[in-house]
Ligand binder design. Structure first.
Ligand SMILES: C[S@@+](CC[C@H](N)C(=O)[O-])C[C@H]1O[C@@H](n2cnc3c(N)ncnc32)[C@H](O)[C@@H]1O
Length: 296
């Protein structure tokens, strides 16, 4: 929970800390250990304090294990450009480059953390792959990312959600500890609350009525798709008969569903959305024939 009323900054900070602890960024044992023997972070030039005030959320680093789990879930490769929003000391950005070969960018509001992250990037030997932007995640443009990582607060995730949903379909998003409200994750990561993270693939917008050309020996068909984030369903009208599509799945810009053909054979329609139209194949294990679809 974040308060924007003037004068409530301290309450915001305390609640931020409680939320982050409560949402499992630290397990209670390691939290107790922190109290018994404070861990130091940073370098000779700057030592950030766990829980120190940030613009919209305090600084608490993601654990190495959770960072690795998040990047693995996103299947990060050298082809990716990973943005960490609120990058702290740069650890996720560094791990993306060092352990997965990706290019990465961190956006961090705190200038001292930004400088520390830049030194950490040099020390990790990944300066050719990693860049730190000193800026505000609500002002900087991160639309070029193929993977976005976050460790923020519930209302910040919700504020970012419209921007994330406008990113290229197929962009992978991984959030430490905090979900995205009614945009359900594609996967929940971690074995328990202590190492919980959430994974999403940005879905294309495919809702509407589509005319499909090429179905069933050149006959046309119509499919009406309803969509709630990545969850899709609908009906297919073929030979004037309407049927509910089965097992509809949307992953990025890739839509597939099953239907019954004219002889009641179960077929799969598998199509890719290019931003305007869809094209693909009717399948029976292998592609049977090509189809194209245009929205009405
Ligand atoms: C919980 S920490 C996560 C740090 C890092 N992503 C990690 O997982 O280790 C959140 C970070 O966001 C930064 N931050 C808070 N509000 C910000 C904003 N509006 N723009 C950029 N960074 C912000 C804080 O300074 C802090 O470093």
């Amino acid at each position: 929970m974040r308060f924007t009323l003037p004068g409530l900054k301290n309450i915001s900070v305390v609640l931020s800390a409680v939320l982050l602890l409560g949402f499992g960024c630290l397990n209670p044992l390691s939290a107790a250990a922190q109290i018994a023997k404070p861990r130091t972070f940073g370098d000779a030039a700057y030592q950030p304090k766990m829980g120190q005030v940030g613009k919209d959320v305090i600084w608490v680093p993601t654990s190495d294990a959770v960072a690795a789990m998040m990047l693995q879930a996103a299947a990060v490769t050298p082809d990716d450009l990973v943005y960490d929003l609120g990058a702290g000391d740069g650890k996720i950005s560094i791990a993306a480059a060092r352990d997965f070969g990706a290019r990465s960018v961190g956006i961090e509001y705190n200038p001292e953390l930004t400088e520390l992250a830049r030194r950490n990037i040099e020390r990790a030997g990944v300066a050719d792959k990693v860049r730190m932007i000193h800026g505000d995640i609500f002002k900087e443009n991160f639309s070029e990312a193929s993977v976005v990582t976050l460790y923020l607060l519930p209302d910040l995730n919700l504020q970012l959600r419209p921007t994330l949903l406008k990113m290229k379909p197929g962009t992978r998003i991984v959030a430490n500890s905090i979900n995205m409200g009614d945009w359900e994750p594609d996967r929940v990561l971690g074995s328990d609350e202590q190492d919980r993270a959430y994974f999403w693939v940005v879905p294309a917008y495919v809702a509407g009525t589509w005319n499909i050309k090429g179905m069933e020996a050149s006959r046309d068909a119509t499919v009406e798709i309803v969509q709630h984030y990545q969850k899709v369903g609908g009906t297919l009208t073929l030979y004037g008969k309407k049927q509910t599509i089965l097992g509809a799945k949307l992953v990025g810009n890739h839509l597939s569903f099953s239907f019954l053909d004219h002889s009641d054979q179960l077929r799969v329609l598998d199509m890719t959305f290019d931003g305007r139209s869809m094209s693909g194949h009717v399948m029976e294990n292998l592609p049977l024939y090509p189809v194209t679809a245009n929205r009405n």
